[in-house]
Design a protein around this ligand. Structure first.
Ligand SMILES: [Zn+2]
Length: 1105
């Protein structure tokens, strides 16, 4: 028996589990009696959230943020990382050599443009489940001809350990933003980089269209006129005195040695256009190669050859206004590096039309940005579970070597589109769901029936269990039960079981849950109109409480509390003519002054409730009370639920730092001076452990807290958020709330939050087949042992990320299985189990791992890992660890999966070609690199939000969607094609929309046609557009209708109502907007995509050398 089996012996929710029933859990951090914590000792530390100030212990030592022992030493340049590598990437001044007309003998090679193409061009996600052969194209492009100096190679090398003093000098210079030499000469068009036709079978014999930045894509207005992009090329112009030093001849000594296997070839015999096409071999499933122009949006028409390799061909007109020697230039063509837009577009085209059928093990699903339908044929839909890789290494050694984290992002109650079927509810009768005797896994499609159907062998632990008589069924000639297709638990990946009383707290079926609305009525809340707004809204909203299936009315009961320094409880019993208020001023030891009449049925007490909601704003209209309490409010809700013996949710509407004398009182400890110091982590930690203990009590009762915050100043989200976070609740924040501009957003959030699907008193466990086990968890929940994720409430938007580690070998034959079991109480009070199963492939070749990764999920995991890391480590350590891990992932690929090639080339696995750009976005995010306008509360808020995000949400959050509205087809339902997040892509004659899941920006260029402005904003000129708009005016013209329908559509896709902000070009708000142009260098020092890619390359080379 493996460790794994033993580890799972304890029944999670099973009958004889003393610890579970009644939630009589022992002390925090200890595990249940009988729970298998011994084996998990090493992973016992890093439970989510706040309870543990110490860094996550025991897991992933090589990754640990605090770990300084990583193979890569960033020491040499970390202190000034960004400046260094940004600087060194700058191309040389234009005063360099003029572009040769034809590059036949010019040694400067445009390697830069080729670096990426030879990945394993596979990523394209095979349409079928069959593993696709890695194409020969994965061979890197060889700079065959000897010294392919200069250009990219030397650029990258500037980061490398300088082998010679000459290079040191160059490094130094590079660091000073002086471009390097030879590249200044735009390489000739047809440079073949010495790739002899003999070494690379050309994909076709035909010349390829140049990959260079031709004319902009349709919809991609590359660079407007000079004035429109003052900041784009952000590096300071090189001092002119230095400039002269560089433009020398290419220095062949600066780049990696020519690949030994390919003797230098004289000249560059290549065909004019062959250079890009050639390096990629046949690339199944990936239509159109990377740098190949067609894919990257470059129009097929080849621009003039010399331009093709000229960095200056990137339109950036404002450069023309600089003195020639000061022209900073990108050496790398932004169009030639992996484009998120292109990858998203390709996936949509390749995989959006067919349903994703889950019958095959280890299939990588379409990207989250692709619309597709799912047909459950035995594995859970990717809407419920997404994995970082669908083919995982057989051994722990392989996994460590690759450094690819093995994680699943699980959204157990995800909302499905109407075309897909909700999980069926299965009732196995009084004895409850059929389970494995030993590991307690639930019956699922992977269990093997044997002995004519009398017993079954567990797919997780191999134990053989008798089939209960009532569940017996004969097998057909293939060994399948004849009722296979009649039983969801035998044929589907996701389904529900009706739980028996054994699965209930205290062996009693639960009562229906309750919602308690708790409204801050201090001065600020009343004065802003918030109190009146909430009360008005509740009058109608209470008719939309969640209800089960086709029930006529919701089973949820409601209660009301108002508070400032004291609490007011309301008796809204249906028999009363008027509501009654009871004040509790002793907040030190909170109790609930009334039991009968506090929690009521909405329909029965409708008149009394309406009367109360009318009276509350009047009662406090003249309040002078500015101070509030907070913890006693939660305690009051908790006590009320305890008294009613039910689970439930508190909706707390709160405005200020709770400074009134009471338990959980807080002080203002905001200190921006801590940023970038070792104490920065304290900004993310709660200032008192009081709330951790309170959260634990709430979880035990099934009391989930949703918090709506309306701060006008610091209110310590890091501390106030502890209880919502650990109870599975949500936080919503509306800074400087103004009725006029913010009420619509708040009300939309509130309506959705009150109405959405939610389960209570939830416990989730993930079982795995022998060989791996769940070792770490991220999300909004509480854990009292090492295996069970507890959530007082779990709604349809909440995601839990689970990391796996090997504890034994896996086999290619049997693959690896996951079973996620969620026990919860439905909104009608029914106890249920929701089961999701997923089977993955296992590999003995690293290439198979890299071919089946999902970068969006990887980024989701890495962001959560990093965002937890900031609780215990300096932010810089966290950032460095992220970079290091990704460099290791890519270096391992390069070393083990890519064909030998010059070290001067960056080779990315096809599936991970966006890893650098997305990782850079995570590194530049407000949590890891805050700008001056980002408050401490914002950072704590975002940190918590991201921790519960699913993959689609992190994708758009870190790499926002940018749509050219003026390119929208007003006659179609479709969205305009998205463009890359760079100022270079904006035209001052157009209007753009940018969304990231929290905000929608509408950016208006200074030269937008007056008629468009009139149509969209109803004003006659650019200067009259108000940037105080929070909605677009409703105007009766096609353009206005189209834009508003796009905005509505986007709002409908997100779990929160996004704040709409109108930004005029060159207006001061534009800074805020530019923060989201994530491919550009950020004002806070975050690297541009191009620069970061070069930096990653340097890191990878260090690891390989
Ligand atoms: Zn088992």
């Amino acid at each position: 028996m493996s460790v794994n089996q033993q580890a799972h012996t304890g029944p999670p929710y099973g009958q004889p589990q003393p610890g579970y029933q009644g939630y009589q859990q022992p002390a925090y951090g200890q595990s249940l009696p009988g729970a298998p914590q011994a084996q998990y000792g090493a992973y016992n530390g890093p439970m989510p959230g706040y309870q543990q100030p110490a860094p996550p212990q025991g897991y992933f030592p090589s990754l640990g943020f605090p770990s300084k022992g990583s193979p890569v030493s960033l020491n040499s340049d970390t202190s000034s990382l960004a400046p260094n590598f940004i600087g060194s990437l700058r191309a040389p001044p234009t005063s360099g050599a003029p572009p040769p007309a034809s590059g036949a003998s010019h040694p400067s090679g445009p390697l830069a443009y080729n670096q990426f193409e030879h990945g394993d061009v596979q990523n394209g996600i095979p349409a079928s489940a069959a593993p696709v052969q890695r194409p020969p194209a994965s061979q890197p492009f060889l700079p065959g001809s000897a010294p392919t100096p200069v250009s990219q190679i030397s650029t990258f090398q500037q980061y490398g350990p300088p082998p010679a003093s000459v290079q040191q000098l160059r490094n130094h210079m590079a660091g000073m933003t002086i471009g390097s030499t030879a590249a200044s000469a735009p390489p000739p068009a047809g440079l073949g980089y010495g790739v002899g036709p003999s070494s690379y079978p050309p994909t076709t014999g035909a010349p390829r269209p140049p990959a260079m930045p031709g004319p902009p894509l349709p919809g991609q207005t590359v660079a407007g006129p000079p004035s429109s992009q003052p900041n784009h090329v952000s590096s300071p112009p090189p001092p002119s005195t230095m400039a002269g030093l560089h433009p020398g001849p290419p220095m062949s000594g600066l780049h990696g040695p020519p690949p030994p296997t390919h003797p230098p070839q004289p000249g560059y015999p290549m065909q004019q256009n062959g250079s890009f096409g050639q390096i990629r071999g046949p690339q199944p499933n990936y239509g159109g190669a990377y740098p190949g122009a067609p894919n990257y949006g470059s129009p097929p028409g080849p621009p003039p050859p010399p331009k093709r390799l000229d960095p200056d061909s990137i339109p950036s007109p404002q450069l023309n206004e600089l003195p020639p020697q000061q022209k900073p230039r990108h050496r790398i063509d932004p169009d030639a590096i992996p484009s998120p837009i292109q990858v998203i577009e390709d996936d949509r085209n390749n995989r959006g039309s067919e349903p994703f059928v889950t019958g095959v093990r280890g299939q990588v699903p379409p990207l989250v940005t692709t619309n597709f339908l799912v047909k459950d044929q035995g594995n859970a839909s990717p809407r419920y579970i997404r994995c970082t890789s669908y083919n995982i290494p057989c051994t722990s050694d392989m996994a460590k070597q690759s450094q690819v984290p093995l994680a699943a992002v699980i959204k157990p109650l995800a909302t499905l589109p109407p075309e897909e079927t909700l999980p069926y509810l299965v009732d196995h009768g009084e004895s409850g769901p059929v389970r494995c005797n030993r590991c307690k896994a639930y019956m699922c499609p992977f269990m093997q029936f044997i002995e004519g159907g009398r017993r079954f062998q567990c797919c997780f632990c191999s134990c053989v269990t008798e089939v209960p008589p009532h569940y017996f069924q004969h097998l057909d000639h293939t060994g399948k039960r004849v009722d296979f297709y009649d039983r969801p638990e035998l044929s589907l990946g996701s389904y529900e079981f009706l739980a028996t009383v054994d699965y209930c707290k205290n062996n009693k079926f639960p009562s229906p849950p309750a919602f308690i609305f708790m409204i801050d009525v201090s001065y600020n809340a009343v004065k802003s109109g918030l109190v009146r707004l909430i009360c008005e809204e509740l009058k109608s909203l209470l008719d939309y409480l969640p209800r089960e299936g086709n029930m006529e009315e919701s089973a949820i009961r409601v209660g009301f509390v108002t508070y400032n320094k004291v609490l007011h409880f309301y008796n809204v019993k249906s028999s009363l003519a008027q509501p009654q208020m009871m004040v509790v001023s002793d907040v030190a030891d909170m109790f609930v002054p009334l039991l009968d009449g506090f929690l009521v049925n909405v329909n029965e007490s409708r008149t009394v409730i309406a009367s109360l909601l009318d009276q509350i704003p009047e009662m406090f209209a003249d309040t002078r009370e500015t101070e509030t309490v907070f913890a006693p409010v939660i305690q009051a809700g908790l006590e009320a639920l305890k008294a009613a013996e039910c689970a439930g949710k508190l909706f707390i509407f709160h405005t200020s730092l709770p400074i009134a004398e009471a338990p959980g009182k807080l002080k203002n400890r905001d200190d921006r001076k801590l940023i970038n110091t070792d104490k920065e982590k304290t900004l993310f930690q709660p200032q008192t452990s009081f709330y951790n203990n309170l959260a634990k009590d709430c979880v035990a009762q099934g009391c989930c807290v949703d918090l709506f915050l309306f701060p006008n100043q610091y209110l310590d989200v890091a501390t106030l958020g502890v209880v919502p976070y650990q109870t599975g609740g949500s936080i919503f924040k509306y800074a400087y709330f103004q009725l006029e501009t913010d009420q619509y957003r708040f009300l939309n959030d509130l309506r959705r939050d009150v109405q959405k699907d939610v389960g209570f008193d939830a416990v989730m466990r993930v079982r795995t087949s022998t060989g791996i086990r769940a070792t770490d968890f991220f999300g909004a929940f509480y854990m009292s042992n090492t295996t069970d994720v507890e959530m007082a409430g779990l709604d349809c938007d909440k995601t839990i990320t689970v990391e796996f580690k090997h504890d034994d070998k896996l086999s290619e034959d049997s693959g690896a299985l996951l079973q996620c079991a969620l026990l919860y109480t439905s909104c009608a009070g029914q106890r249920r189990l929701r089961i999701h199963n997923l089977s993955l492939n296992c590999c003995t070749q690293l290439a198979d791992l890299y071919r089946n990764c999902e970068t969006d999920t990887l980024i989701n995991y890495l962001a959560k890992y990093a965002y937890r890391g900031v609780l215990s480590s300096p932010v810089k350590t966290v950032r460095d660890a992220l970079i290091n891990q990704c460099a290791q992932i890519l270096a391992c690929y390069r070393k083990n999966c890519a064909s030998p090639s010059s070290a001067g080339q960056l080779i990315l696995p096809e599936c991970m070609k966006l890893l650098p750009v997305y990782l850079n976005c995570v590194l530049k995010s407000d949590v890891l690199q805050p700008g001056p306008e980002v408050t401490t509360d914002d950072r704590a808020y975002i940190r918590q939000l991201v921790t519960s995000m699913d993959v689609a949400e992190t994708n758009v959050f870190f790499y926002p969607r940018l749509l050219p509205l003026t390119k929208a087809d007003v006659d179609s339902d479709s969205l305009p094609a998205a463009i890359r997040n760079s100022e270079e892509r904006l035209s001052k004659g157009d209007i753009y929309l940018l969304e990231n899941g929290l905000n929608i920006f509408v950016w208006v260029g200074v030269s937008v046609q007056q008629s468009l402005i009139q149509n969209l904003f109803g004003v006659s000129s650019f200067s009259q557009i108000s940037n105080a708009l929070s909605t677009l005016p409703v105007l009766e013209n096609p353009f206005s209708k189209k834009v508003r329908s796009i905005v509505d559509m986007l709002q409908g896709q997100r779990s929160r109502y996004m704040k709409l902000i109108v930004v005029k070009q060159e207006d001061k708000l534009e800074m805020l907007f530019k923060h989201f142009l994530v491919e550009d260098k950020s004002l806070t020092g975050g690297a541009s995509y191009v620069d970061f890619l070069c930096h990653m390359h340097k890191e990878i080379r260090q690891l390989l050398s």
